[in-house]
Ligand binder design. Sequence first.
Ligand code: HEC
Ligand code: HEC
Length: 342
Amino acid sequence: MRTMSKLPILFFLAFTAGIQAQAIDWPDWAYARYEPISDEDFNIPARSGEPPAYSADGSDVDQPKLALPGTSFSFSDAEVNNFYGPADWYPGDHPEMPELVARGDPERGIRACAFCHFATGQGKTENAHLSGLPVVYVMEQFEAFINGDRSTSDPRKPNTYEMIRISEMMTEEEKLEVAEYYVRVPFRSMVRVVETDMAPQVETLRTQLVVPIEGAPWIALGNKIVEVPENPHATEALRDPRGTFVSYVPIGSVAKGEELVETGGGKTIQCSACHGPGLRGLASVPGIAGRTASYNMRQMWDVKMGTRVSPLMEGVVANLSSEDILNILAYVATLVPHEFSQ
Ligand code: HEC
Ligand code: HEC
C-alpha cells in the first residue's frame, strides 16, 4: 500500500492535532465521535479499509418487501443492504450506472459506490456528496486519497479508510468512468437549517450515520450542530436516496456565517472568489452550497489539522476558529445548489 510510508507522519500530525483538540474546540459533532480522542486512538494500526466481511446478498426474496413513496419498486431488507448491488429505488433519478457504481466488485472488495453515496451521488452526512462534482476535481481526490494527501483527522472514522482503499484498487479507466458518471447528476437541496437552542440527543449507528435517540428528550444544543435525517428510518433502514436532513444550528449562526462568507470578516477570503457565485462550484473547484454541514466541516477541519492537503484552502481556514467555521457552514447549508430551486 503506497499510503503506508506516509502514515507515521499522518499519525504524528493527527496526534499533535489531538492534543490541540481539547484546547481549540474539536468539532466532534461532524465526526460522530463524542469522546475526546485519546492517545490510544492513534495507536490503532493502520486501518485496512477492508469492508465488513458480511453482506446481505438479496437472497431473502421471500421476506416482506419494503416500500418508499414515489416509486413502484419494493425490496427486501437484504436487497436494500446488498453491498454489491443495493436496491435502486428511483432509476429515473439518474443515468445508467457504470458497473462499479451499481455493483462494485466483490473480488476486490470494492463495495458499490451507490451503497454509500447513492446511485445519484447525493450522499449523506457521514460520507460525501458526489453529484455534479467536476471530473478533474474527482480524479485529483482519488490521487490525494492514494498518495496520503487526504485522510481524516479523527482516526476513529473507518469509512474514510475504506474510501482510501477503494481509490487504491480502482483502475484509471474505472476512475474516469465513475467521475464522468457522477458529474452528470445534478446535486439537489437536502438540508433544512433550523436555528435553535434545543436539539435532539443523538447516537452514532454502526454505519457512522448520526440519528436522534428515539424517545429521548431534547437537550441544550450548545455551540454545536446536530445534523440528522428528517426520516431516520427511511434513510438508514431503507437507504432512501431522496432522504433529506435537518441541521439544528445555534441561534444567530447563519447571519454570522453569511458575514464571513461574503466579506471574509478580516479573517478569511470570500468563498465565492474560488467556489463561484452562490458557491455552486467554478471550473474545477467543487460546489459546496447546500452540502451537509457535517461533511463540509470535516473537510475544512481536516485541512486545518493537516490531514487533507489543500494549498488553496489552508489560507482560508488558518485564522478561523472551530466556531467561525461552524457559523460559515450553517450558512452554506442554507444555500440552494442550483440556479432553479426544486
Ligand atoms: C464505505 C462507504 C463508501 C463507499 C463504498 C465509497 N465511498 Fe467514496 N467516500 C466515502 C467517505 C466516507 C468519503 C469521505 C472521506 C473523507 O474525506 O473523510 C468519501 C469521499 C469520496 C469522494 C470525495 C468527494 C469530495 O467532495 O471530495 C469521492 C470522489 C468518492 N468518495 C468517490 C467514490 C466512488 C467513485 C466510489 C465507488 C467506486 C466510492 N466513493 C465508494 C465512503 C465511501
Ligand atoms: C483561493 C481559493 C479558495 C477560496 C477563497 C475558498 N476555497 Fe474552498 N476550496 C478550494 C479548492 C481548490 C478546493 C478543493 C480542494 C483542493 O483542490 O485543494 C476547496 C475545497 C473546499 C471544501 C471541500 C469540498 C469537498 O467537496 O470536499 C470546502 C468545504 C470548502 N472548500 C469551503 C470553503 C469555504 C467555506 C470558503 C470561504 C470561507 C472557501 N472554501 C474558500 C479553493 C478555495
